[in-house]
Design a protein around this ligand. Structure first.
Ligand code: 16G
Ligand code: MG
Length: 549
């Protein structure tokens, strides 16, 4: 079988690439204003179909979402057969196809890809896709479908759902009927799997206090509507910001990204949360989770991805020990440079901790090296991975005493409760609730595991962020050449000071992170480092003041 060039040409002509725009498959796939993405979606369809052929007809996933970005943006990313992010090498193929200036150039790029990637066009091709609630999603999915059709893929439309459900589906479809079967390959099956595990894990525990859930006016609201009846009276979830029909509401002054970056409660929750009560926020595609509570004086306290990692990792370590498996199963944690220094200190005193560059794919791969790998970004994206050997060890372990059996059963149920393909706000929320129920913790006790160092994140707009190059998991700059030495000199002046600079993978900016003993110092350090960055790239001195804070 060869490429159906006529069909590819005919369909590609329906989705011309806008001129003078360069697309890049970055950490979050392609992401930009929705109105210029039509050709990119078509080409991603072509690419996904070819990737499936390359992998012998295994099902590839495509998710249409722009996560926490404004509603007018959209994006698309590919999911590999085990539910993980697209393999690195194919990111550049994606970029190449997206940037072919016209149909003839696209056909040439596709033929080139078939050759270099050794794609056997006789193989079957299977792709499952989904989108979030963005108004632009439906038409972008049509462009994607044209791309899939151009290569003749068998397709499955998973409809409007969360990013983690799509990742789950990919793994469930590809493992169906094998010894690694991940679960039923439907959204209902996913809800049933997680709910059953949750109920077993909290059986016999004290009733869980009501939890307020901010759905960012996004697709997480739909997911929650399916979970609430399935969870029955095991937990009461009060869903807010679940308006998916009002234009402009998505991610607007709510959601996990708002909570993390503003470090405050969304105004829409102010009258709902009372002192002592905890709540949580999903982001726009429900793969991130932030917790928070109001202290006795009604002050907002945030429990971010680092706090979730600390809570969960410590709990799993305890269970492994209680099950009598501590010699067989080693638990480790993966973080990024954005992890609060206090969390790294807390975790390092208890278990191995590794720091990797930003982006889920880096964390996920590093976590696979542990028997149980807990990874969370401070922004709330994360999960826990049980290695295949660990899962087998759990299934085969013969407990010596009843207490060991109890802990072992909990570990097996956690293995089912956790979506191990990618960060999943709903699954992570249920996981946190399990740990809180087992430890009889309220937000206060959880929060007191360690005290966050005050920190500040700022961004600096630069002409070309590619001149910024980093090493040591993004903690140090190697280019521009003299900047790191200047940052080091500054940082030394601050108590518990730490600061790093990295180019964003999703926006045309450079990000500056700083932390220090006092909030005013963290702000000051961030401002000064941003100033160094600004001077280095030769910005207009008139714009230099606190503008980028
Ligand atoms: C993307 C990443 C997220 C990362 C963020 C950093 C995935 C699925 N998402 O949203 O993990 O924290 O980018 O953005 O990998 P930045 O490079 O602009 O700082
Ligand atoms: Mg997201």
């Amino acid at each position: 079988m060869s490429l159906n060039v006529n069909e590819l040409r005919r369909l590609s002509d329906l989705h011309p690439k806008p001129r003078a725009i360069q697309f890049q498959y970055g950490t979050a796939g392609f992401r930009t204003v929705a109105s210029i993405l039509d050709s990119t979606l078509f080409r991603v369809g072509v690419l996904a179909a070819l990737r499936s052929k390359r992998l012998d007809g295994k099902t590839i996933g495509v998710m249409v979402t722009a996560s926490h970005n404004p509603e007018a943006d959209n994006g698309v990313k590919l999911v590999d057969p085990r539910g993980e992010m697209l393999e690195n090498a194919w990111e550049s193929h994606a970029t190449a196809l997206a940037n072919a200036p016209n149909t003839p150039a696209l056909i040439e790029a596709v033929e080139h890809l078939v050759k270099v990637a050794k794609i056997d066009l006789n193989k079957p091709s299977r792709v499952v896709y989904a989108r979030d609630t963005r108004p632009s999603g439906a038409s972008l999915v049509r462009a994607l479908e044209d791309g899939l059709k151009a290569i003749g893929a068998e397709t499955r439309d998973a409809g409007v759902t969360t990013t983690p459900v799509l990742h789950y589906l990919v793994r469930a479809i590809n493992t169906k009927g094998t010894k690694d079967e991940y679960g039923p390959d439907s959204e209902e099956g996913y809800v049933a799997k997680l709910t059953a595990a949750f109920k077993k894990l909290i059986a016999g525990k004290a009733a869980i206090p009501l939890l307020v859930v901010d759905c960012a006016n996004g697709v997480g609201a739909l997911a929650l509507q399916k979970f609430i009846p399935a969870l029955g009276n095991s937990i009461t979830l009060h869903s807010v910001n679940d308006d998916i029909s009002t234009a402009g509401a998505l991610n607007n002054a709510c959601g996990a990204d708002f909570v993390k970056t503003q470090q405050k409660l969304p105004a829409s929750l102010e009258s709902l949360l009372h002192p002592g009560q905890r709540g949580c926020s999903f982001d726009g595609d429900a793969d991130r989770l932030m917790y928070f509570y109001l202290d006795e004086r009604g002050r907002f306290r945030m429990l971010d991805g680092d706090k979730i990692a600390s809570l969960v990792a410590a709990f799993i370590v305890e269970l492994v020990k209680s099950a009598g498996l501590e010699d067989k199963i080693k638990v480790g944690v993966v973080q990024t440079a954005y992890a609060n220094g206090a969390s790294t200190k807390y975790l390092s005193e208890r278990l191995p901790v590794k720091c990797v560059p930003t982006g889920v794919k880096h964390l996920h791969h590093a976590a696979e090296h542990y028997d149980v790998g807990v990874y969370f970004e401070a922004n709330g994206h994360g999960t826990v991975l049980f290695s295949p050997e660990t899962q087998q060890a759990l299934r085969e372990h013969q407990p010596a005493i009843p207490a060991q059996l109890t802990a072992l059963t909990h570990l097996l149920n956690l293995n089912d409760l956790i979506n191990q393909t990618v960060g999943d706000a709903v699954s992570d929320m249920l996981l946190v609730e399990v740990v809180l129920a087992h430890k009889s913790y309220s937000g206060v006790e959880w929060d007191s595991l360690y005290v966050d160092l005050p920190n500040r994140l700022v961004k600096v707009k630069v002409a070309n962020r590619n001149v910024f190059k980093t090493e040591d998991a993004e903690r140090r700059l190697i280019s521009p050449p003299t900047l790191q030495a200047k940052i080091d000199e500054l940082v030394r002046k601050y108590e518990d000071g730490r600061s790093f600079v990295r180019p964003s993978g999703t926006e045309d900016v450079v990000r500056v992170y700083a932390e220090a003993r006092a909030k005013s110092q963290a702000d000051d350090l961030a401002f000064r480092v941003a100033g160094l960055v600004y001077d280095e790239v030769g910005g207009d001195p008139g714009l230099r003041p606190r503008e980028f804070l």
